[in-house]
Design a protein around this ligand. Structure first.
Ligand code: 3PG
Length: 211
């Protein structure tokens, strides 16, 4: 496993961030670290994504910064140029995945069926995003779908929160869980970074309570 993915496994959480103003990146980075969550997946859902990644990567050497919702090779290049250390995509785009593999950039493409898992296996990937986790069938689907593929681990994302986090993290095929519940874009926009820290701390406590 790539060392960046191994680091994600130690945290067991991937906060999925949508940030509208790059100027919010610095207080957000402080809030994440204050909440005990030294990781950030900044999604390319806003124009501020690349600048926010750069600001987080420059200001916080201890923060593992990645790019999410990456849909094209061009976005991978912009993300990595800005300082992203890992790439996440909602689906399995072979061009994006192969570009990352060719450059040793850790990529976790989204899958929710066995055919997509086999596309990852064929390329030597050992960690995939399970997306959209809850809407696709949640734990029941993940357990059934992962059974034939012993070497693969998953980062379920989509519909996860304090109510179901422990159930996902209790499954040994789950490397970490992703989600936006602790870094809601409304809280970022409102500048409520204290609440973000509180939600992060609560998520970290919940994750640590799973043996
Ligand atoms: C993602 O991009 O991975 C999801 O939008 C996160 O899903 P959530 O908002 O349900 O946590």
């Amino acid at each position: 496993m790539h060392d960046v993915l191994a680091r994600i496994e130690t945290v067991r959480l991937v906060p999925v961030i949508k940030i509208e103003r790059a100027g919010d990146a610095e207080p957000l980075g402080e809030a994440l670290l204050e909440g005990g969550l030294p990781i950030a997946e900044v999604t390319f859902r806003t124009d501020a994504a690349a600048e926010a990644i750069k600001s987080l990567a420059d200001c916080f050497p201890d923060l593992l910064v990645g790019a999410g919702t990456v849909l094209s090779v061009d976005q991978v290049a912009r993300a990595v140029d800005s300082g992203a250390r890992f790439v996440v995509s909602p689906g399995f785009n072979p061009r994006v995945v192969d570009y990352c593999i060719g450059r040793s950039i850790p990529i976790t493409p989204g899958v929710n069926n066995p055919t997509q898992i086999e596309m990852g296996l064929e390329r030597g990937l050992d960690v995939l995003k399970f997306f959209p986790a809850e809407a696709s069938g949640g734990m029941a689907l993940l357990k059934a779908m992962s059974a034939p593929y012993g070497g693969i681990r998953f980062i379920p994302t989509g519909g996860i929160g304090p109510g179901n986090l422990r159930s996902y993290l209790s499954f040994d095929r789950v490397l970490a869980c992703g989600g936006s519940w602790m870094v809601k874009s409304e809280l970022i926009a409102a500048g409520d970074f204290a609440e973000i820290s509180r939600l992060c701390r609560r998520a970290v406590e919940l994750a640590r309570s799973v043996e």
